[in-house]
Design a protein around this ligand. Structure first.
Ligand SMILES: Cc1ncc(COP(=O)(O)O)c(C=O)c1O
Length: 385
């Protein structure tokens, strides 16, 4: 049995501080992280955009849940006076366990995957055991590491293919508590080869954990790292229904790992957070998983729209990184902030840039019609910025 006893328990005061931060960040989504000083209830940026604005800024999917999911959610609303009268939580766990060929005790549902992501940092990092991530990547883990006083090593993506540079990640902190890999990565949509992920899982310290965030996996043809969970490795896999399943506003995500690892995510109110979940979201998630052919169709359409958009941008001399997800990182060759403002003035909300890449913006792939409008607007915005 792997020894996980070295991660420090948090004192009570810190737990309360962190709970406040997590509440803010999870409710607000990743855009809150762009706020100076991090998220807070009063300084929180609104997720609202002007009516009619095209939303290419939040990596959401442009359509709601598949029809069976919506129907299941609708009928669950009528039973929502009870906590979980039909056992929707157990049903989702069983469905996922069967699909992923893991034990039901390995599957924990949450109201989104952001919460288990943050809890992984709390559970496995400390001032002595740091966090290692790529740069750029999804930054929630950085923020939580700051709150637990854990050192953060940010390792640039490999220049040749924007994969996680796993050897450099291990070298950056050979004694880290948590190594975070987002595959496909946010904001690049780039893939990390499975052999590299397996290498890191085997090469990291025996009491460290690899957190593999597969929020965007179903947009790609990449394999999941689930074999690492099946073979008992110290790996936690995160999945979310917020992306290709079209359920960002319903809040449903999963952590999949050995029960001993899951137990470390349960500190403070964790058990409550996983036991009492919105029943319409649970029902919607289960019903959606039974219609995977429709999710596959979404993937194919997203790929077509993404590649068409990328080709258009490349023809105009803009550098676009190859992506396997619902986002494109575009290099404008000049500061990204005025370009973002220029698009917004024309009714298109695009994504932000990352400090390491100040001339690039992340563009979420919307519907074919939305991307056509985006393409038709590019030249005007870039020339005026
Ligand atoms: C890589 C990644 N992980 C996790 C999340 C959290 O999403 P949610 O809490 O909606 O599941 C996001 C959201 O954008 C993300 O991009």
């Amino acid at each position: 049995m792997t020894d996980l006893s070295s991660a420090l328990p948090l004192d009570r005061r810190r737990m309360f501080q962190l709970a406040a931060v997590l509440g803010g960040s999870m409710a607000l989504g990743e855009r809150a992280l762009a706020a100076p000083g991090g998220p807070s209830a009063s300084a929180a940026p609104s997720l609202k955009v002007a009516p009619g604005t095209i939303r290419l800024n939040g990596n959401e999917y442009w359509e709601g849940p598949v029809e069976d999911g919506t129907d299941a959610a609708r009928s669950a609303v009528a039973r929502s006076n009870y906590y979980d009268p039909a056992g929707e939580r157990d049903a989702l766990i069983e469905t996922v366990a069967t699909m992923e060929r893991v034990g039901a005790d390995h599957v924990v549902p949450w109201a989104g995957s952001g919460s288990p992501l943050a809890r992984s940092v709390v559970g496995f990092c400390s001032p002595q055991r740091g966090l290692v991530t790529a740069d750029p990547t999804f930054e929630v883990a950085w923020m939580v590491a700051g709150y637990v006083g854990a050192p953060v090593a940010k390792v640039p993506l490999r220049a040749s293919d924007q994969a996680h540079d796993v050897r450099a990640m291990l070298a950056a902190n050979p004694q880290a508590g948590l190594y975070y890999i987002c595959n496909p990565n946010n904001p690049t949509g780039s893939l990390t080869p499975m052999e590299d992920i397996v290498w890191l899982a085997n090469a990291m310290p025996k009491d460290a954990v690899l957190l593999l965030d597969e929020a965007y996996l179903h947009f790609s043809h990449a394999a999941s790292g689930m074999d690492l969970v099946r073979n008992g490795s110290n790996v936690i896999i995160l999945r979310t229904f917020s992306k290709i399943f079209g359920m960002a506003g319903m809040r449903m995500g999963l952590s999949i790992a050995r029960p001993e690892l899951q137990a470390r995510l349960m500190q403070y109110d964790g058990v409550i957070q996983t036991l009492q979940l919105p029943v319409p979201a649970l029902a919607c998630a289960s019903a959606s998983l039974r219609r995977m052919e429709q999710i596959t169709a979404r993937r194919e359409q997203n790929t077509q729209t993404r590649e068409k958009t990328a080709a258009f941008l490349a023809q105009r001399g803009l550098t676009v990184l190859p992506s396997a997800a619902n986002m494109l990182m575009v290099d404008w060759g000049k500061p990204a902030a005025p370009i973002k403002a220029g698009f917004e003035a024309k009714g298109i909300a695009i994504g932000r840039s990352w400090p390491i890449w100040p001339t690039r913006s992340r563009i979420t792939i919307g519907s074919p019609a939305e991307m056509e409008r985006f393409c038709n607007t590019v030249e005007r915005v870039v020339s005026q910025a």
